[in-house]
Design a protein around this ligand. Structure first.
Ligand SMILES: Cc1cc2nc3c(=O)[nH]c(=O)nc-3n(C[C@H](O)[C@H](O)[C@H](O)COP(=O)(O)O)c2cc1C
Ligand code: SF4
Length: 429
């Protein structure tokens, strides 16, 4: 029975709001569901998108996801994050990405290319990253010399050239990765940007890289194409970037051509700061998903960036995308009907249940299947994206890989970064 006819179910009208079309810039999106950027690790030996990536994202579109954001793609070899990240740094990448965009369009979906430069957070073998200042990266321990102004201008140019390739490949828009500790985040944070030239030295100086990248990318996009930004609003570290500075920055990016914002955190000390484990996992879910360690522990809170969206809402004119631990259908509907955000973005739930939108349309009550165990992020850089809890035999495969030292071979986010400097989270500043 569809939710449209299931009169006994509370909140039917609210759930219906998730299926209302909405625009980002001039791009019409069929509903309010966004697949958040999720690195797929589906590339060939030259990091060109593989046929598996087209299959995965095409399937999400077929199953009703309105807008798909790709995993972060590196705009320059110097900005490559890990060994199996998708490339968009040369024109050679256009053909394989064309197949990805076409697979999504075949089913009426929309797709934005997430563009990124990892800066000193790079763990790619042999990479030669840049960073605003010679400060050890809190996640990787890497300390790279402060970039020259020529190197910074080259990075801005690389974002522009990558945007041109995204348009040539048929994407509907570009999503800048300005969060989670990568190069744009590093320029925005006072902890990692200690420059005293025009690229730092004050909140206004720290705006400059993000503004120049936004303008340069906007210049490559026809008006029919959207430019969205995943912006990190707070450093989850003492003395770091605070909300007021970031809201001011978002207004400037709005004026520079951003068509929507996705809210997120900026610097973090661990991936779990942003990809929070065990969201909404109560005793019943813990039992059902073989999580004995959670039986006596309270669930982590849902929609953990909602307070940021609420603070940002009155400051900008453009639509907001809210992600981060959104797990129950009632929370999804409430986010949209309350006006806190226009779109709900989900990453882990779509890994486990690519058909989630159809299930919600058919009246799914309660929460999604994913229990945020984070095994999928442990395998990032080691295996292509997948859920490791279903079928159950996958859990055995994961246990075997771990027990035989798989995570110690090669580099990737499954390996614990060395030299992590512990800091106290300061979520509300
Ligand atoms: C396996 C995995 C890979 C991810 N890769 C990216 C990425 O490429 N770009 C990005 O912006 N965020 C990435 N994220 C973070 C998600 O976009 C999202 O912000 C986070 O997982 C919280 O949302 P969720 O609770 O719906 O999973 C990744 C998350 C996971 C679990
Ligand atoms: S492995 Fe599966 S259940 Fe665990 S977080 Fe990833 S998608 Fe969710």
């Amino acid at each position: 029975m569809s939710y449209r006819t299931e009169m006994a179910r509370p909140g039917v009208a609210a759930v219906e709001a998730l299926f209302e079309p909405c625009r980002i810039g001039q791009v019409a999106i069929g509903n309010r569901f966004v697949r958040a950027g999720t690195s797929e690790g589906m590339v060939d030996r030259r990091n060109l998108a593989s046929g598996d990536l087209a299959l995965l994202l095409g399937e999400l579109a077929r199953l009703g996801v309105g807008l798909i954001i790709t995993g972060h793609m590196f705009v320059d070899r110097r900005g490559q994050y890990d060994d199996d990240q998708t490339a968009i740094d040369t024109d050679e990448a256009i053909g394989p990405l064309e197949a990805v965009a076409a697979a999504v369009h075949r089913h009426g979906g929309k797709i934005f290319a997430q563009l990124s430069h990892a800066g000193s957070q790079s763990v790619a073998a042999g990479s030669r990253p840049i960073a605003p200042s010679g400060v050890p990266n809190v996640m990787t321990g890497r300390e790279v010399p402060a970039a020259t102004s020529g190197e910074i201008e080259a990075a801005v140019e690389a974002f522009g050239a990558a945007a041109r390739r995204a348009v040539a490949a048929g994407f509907d828009g570009v999503h800048l990765h300005g969060a989670n500790g990568y190069l744009l985040s590093q320029f925005c944070s006072p902890l990692t940007n200690r420059r005293d030239d025009g690229w730092g030295g004050s909140p206004e100086g720290r705006d400059r890289f993000a503004i120049e990248v936004t303008r340069r990318v906007r210049a490559e996009l026809p008006p029919t194409h959207a430019l969205t930004v995943k912006l990190g609003f707070i450093d989850i570290m003492e003395g770091g970037l605070g909300l007021n500075e970031s809201i001011r920055r978002a207004k400037l990016l709005d004026a520079a051509g951003a068509d929507a914002f996705e809210v997120s955190c900026n610097l973090m000390t661990s991936y779990a700061d942003n990809i929070v484990p065990y969201v909404a996992v109560n005793t019943r879910r813990a039992l059902a998903d073989l999580l004995p360690q959670r039986l006596l522990r309270a669930p982590a809170a849902e929609a953990y960036y909602r307070w940021i969206a609420r603070a940002l809402r009155p400051a900008v004119q453009v639509p907001l995308v809210l992600g981060g631990g959104i797990r129950s259908v009632s929370t999804m509907a409430d986010i949209v009907t309350s006006g806190d955000a226009d779109f709900v973005a989900l990453a882990r739930p779509f890994i486990r249940e690519p058909g989630l939108v159809r299930r919600i349309e058919d009246g799914l009550p309660g929460t999604v299947g994913c229990t945020s165990c984070n095994i999928c992020i442990m395998h990032s850089g080691h295996h292509p994206l997948q859920c490791w809890r279903i079928p159950r035999s996958q859990l055995m495969r994961h246990a075997w890989f771990r027990a035989t030292g798989g995570f110690r071979r090669g580099i990737g986010s499954g390996q614990k970064p060395r030299m992590v400097r512990k800091a106290q989270p300061t979520r509300r500043q």
